[in-house]
Design a protein around this ligand. Structure first.
Ligand SMILES: Cc1cc2nc3c(=O)[nH]c(=O)nc-3n(C[C@H](O)[C@H](O)[C@H](O)COP(=O)(O)OP(=O)(O)OC[C@H]3O[C@@H](n4cnc5c(N)ncnc54)[C@H](O)[C@@H]3O)c2cc1C
Length: 443
């Protein structure tokens, strides 16, 4: 009945702390390569990141943070970070034949490896550790991987995929967040057509402070509010680029304010076609939203694990907390929401794995937006309930509630970036109305 590979896994003994497949229950989704990868990665995270996560937000020394990023680079993480759900051989070659983490053969890498990758990193309960190392590369390199010319890919990706250079995604502006079409950063092509001159502001750019390149949404024509006329330019850190680190509620991912003041950018740094980037931005969001869902899901399980362990230890009114029916009722509410989130997430991961990128964007874009909103709401509820269950300890930094306290401060960092809850709920319904009944084979 159980998967023959389940014996490969070490697992928490706390109920609901692991996904059903990780507890040894049968699942149609996971193959031997997923079990092996999960086990390798769990140990790697335990050995390299767990302790670090407790101090991550306090680290001011950029050289120390850079060393951790280089650890990821050495272990081959940057390829799957940048590529997401598939790792074609041409990109492995651009990375100098780099091996994937855990020795997964590139041809086997799929959506479930991608899910496991983020799931295990998120066990640190630190969005700073995850997004501080993953966010800029994953979301900033995506448009180059999917839409740039072979020439631009060959020029930029070898250094990016091996960690010699870092990159981030710069779309949001002080006056254009949810409304991406409001972008007003201007890129004007020079008379000889050799370069663009870029002027504008970008806000909340993950990893921006450490970035050598910014995959930047600029306006090459039209006016703020027009979807047409937005283009993607890769802007190197150069004269006229100024970055300032922002102080955030949950720190550690290098959130940055970026100013472009008449920056000269080679015309060959244009990604895809001029004026077409609104579509590229929307496509890029699909994977970004999936990864935020995975973080939220693991955070739910971490909260349940640490709160349940506390309830089994803590004596109040002469009894362990777990012996109180109200406490079990609260844990049950956390568990049912998490298990439902797991099932919906696995269904979407599976559906995506069977589709082309075009099909996935059209047919899964709406449901993924709904799921992203749902995940943010669920993790917010669970972090709050788990915090209550810990009493005063839940408000205390460090110690047995450290992960719950951190996650509680992270929940809006999952609700807002990549599309806020209200915007995702609306987008989910609008997309469903547009795509209902479409035949995947005709897309
Ligand atoms: C930690 C962090 C990291 C980020 N990283 C990046 C990054 O790497 N690159 C990047 O480009 N951007 C990044 N962002 C920006 C992020 O994408 C935006 O914050 C997000 O899109 C929301 O935009 P806004 O903050 O301007 O809010 P607004 O768009 O001003 O929205 C404010 C509120 O109004 C609500 N709202 C908006 N429209 C509607 C509507 N039609 N109906 C009902 N309610 C609505 C929203 O839900 C939200 O609650 C990051 C943000 C954060 C906080």
């Amino acid at each position: 009945m159980a998967s023959p590979h389940a014996k490969l896994l070490t697992r928490s003994k706390t109920p609901f702390a692991e996904a059903p497949w990780q507890q040894g229950l049968p699942s149609p989704y996971y193959k031997e390569t997923h079990y092996r990868f999960r086990e390798w990665l769990k140990k790697w995270v335990d050995d390299n990141l767990m302790e670090l996560a407790d101090e991550w937000e306090e680290i001011e020394d950029d050289a120390k943070l850079a060393k951790v990023f280089q650890l990821f680079a050495k272990e081959g993480f940057l390829l799957p970070f940048a590529l997401g759900v598939r790792v074609p051989q041409k990109f492995v070659d651009m990375a100098g034949g780099q091996k994937l983490p855990g020795g997964v053969p590139p041809g086997e890498w799929d959506n479930f490896h991608d899910f496991i990758l983020i799931d295990e990193l998120a066990r640190t309960a630190s969005n700073g550790v995850v997004m501080g190392n993953y966010g800029g590369l994953a979301y900033g390199a995506g448009p180059i991987v999917h839409f740039a010319s072979e020439g631009l890919q060959k020029r930029l990706l070898p250094d990016i995929l091996t960690g010699k250079k870092r990159i981030s995604l710069a779309i949001t502006e002080p006056s254009a967040g949810s409304d991406v079409a409001g972008v007003s950063t201007v890129a004007k092509l020079s008379d000889d057509g050799k370069h663009y001159v870029v002027t504008g502001l970008k806000k909340w750019i993950t990893n921006g402070i450490w970035s050598d390149f910014f995959t930047t949404a600029v306006r090459t024509s039209g006016k703020p509010g027009d979807q047409k006329g937005i283009s993607f330019l890769v802007i190197p850190r150069s004269e006229g680029v100024r970055t300032t680190k922002m102080k955030m509620q949950s720190a550690g991912s290098g959130t940055t304010f970026v100013e472009f003041d008449e920056v000269k950018v080679p015309a060959e740094n244009l990604i895809g076609k001029e004026g077409e980037a609104f579509k590229y931005i929307m496509w890029n969001f699909l994977h970004e939203r999936e990864t935020i869902i995975y973080v939220a899901l693991r955070f739910c399980r971490v909260c349940i694990e640490d709160a349940t362990n506390h309830a089994n230890r803590r004596q109040v009114f002469g009894k362990k907390l777990i012996e109180q029916p109200v406490v079990r009722y609260n844990l049950a509410n956390m568990a049912r929401q998490t298990e439902a989130l797991q099932a919906w997430t696995e269904a979407i991961v599976y559906q995506h794995s069977k589709m082309t990128t075009n099909q996935a964007n059209i047919l899964l874009g709406g449901n993924t937006a709904l799921l992203k909103a749902h995940a943010a709401i669920v993790v917010s509820d669970i972090a709050r309930e788990a915090g209550y269950l810990m009493g005063g300890t839940g408000l205390t930094k460090g110690g047995i509630a450290a992960r719950i306290e951190r996650i509680y401060r992270e929940v809006n960092g999952l609700a807002t970036p990549g599309g806020s809850v209200a915007v995702m709920l609306d987008a989910g319904v609008r997309q469903a109305i547009k795509t209902v009944g479409l035949d995947p084979s005709k897309l």
